[in-house]
Write a protein that binds this ligand. Sequence first.
Ligand SMILES: Cc1cc2nc3c(=O)[nH]c(=O)nc-3n(C[C@H](O)[C@H](O)[C@H](O)COP(=O)(O)O)c2cc1C
Length: 231
Amino acid sequence: MEPKDAIYTRRSVRSYLPEPLDAAEISKIEGWIRDAKRLTSDPVEYDLLGPDDIKTILKWRAPHYVSIYSKDDMMSGVNVGFVFQQVDLKMQSEGIGSCWLGMAKPREPRPRDGLEWGVSMSFGRPDGYPEVDKGADRKPLSEISDTADPRLEPARVAPSAVNSQTWYFRKNGEGFDLYYKPKILKIPGMSYWNYNDLGICLAHLYVSHPDTFSFERAQGKDRKYVGTVRF
Ligand SMILES: Cc1cc2nc3c(=O)[nH]c(=O)nc-3n(C[C@H](O)[C@H](O)[C@H](O)COP(=O)(O)O)c2cc1C
């Protein structure tokens, strides 16, 4: 399967076989991280960790985790979502299960110049695969945009923290202005994960239109404006 098809079939995998992936698969994944397109030049770093290196209240474990570091401003979080959703789609298109995790911190975060741990992603061989419901648990296009344009379908089905889907698209010529439309959820860390969500939905537009995708940030728009996307 191609990553652009995985947009419609992927689900968060929360049940894994305990066996680790082999070294060749891990190095392939590191290549995907390295080669993923960046949305901004904000720095992103990561560590690959095992289940014993993670602190989490979750009852299940995966054989692998990627623990991701960035600055905590909006565009750094958006860039993290954009980069690692490309990796999520690559994994899921090759039968590797994955799940974005706010609730899985490294036991010993590695201090890095001005960068903080922000989010993790579990991965490994799935033990069964969750039911695919083709986006039935997502908001309809009319709730995520001012023009229910079917070209936004890949963004509509994107995953987000607690499935909050805090994105809103306004038509702007041939493109769309993307806005952050937060839900008030008193969960510490939620704003950063919502920034990841915005990058995740942009990654779905990029992976579906790699040749025509462009993203820019116009000046003088309001605080909730993320950028203008064309594809
Ligand atoms: C930034 C982010 C953080 C997330 N954190 C968690 C988490 O801590 N625990 C968890 O079980 N799922 C987590 N998820 C997974 C979402 O709950 C899931 O993507 C969403 O419910 C949509 O389901 P799907 O991925 O199966 O399409 C997170 C997703 C994102 C994008």
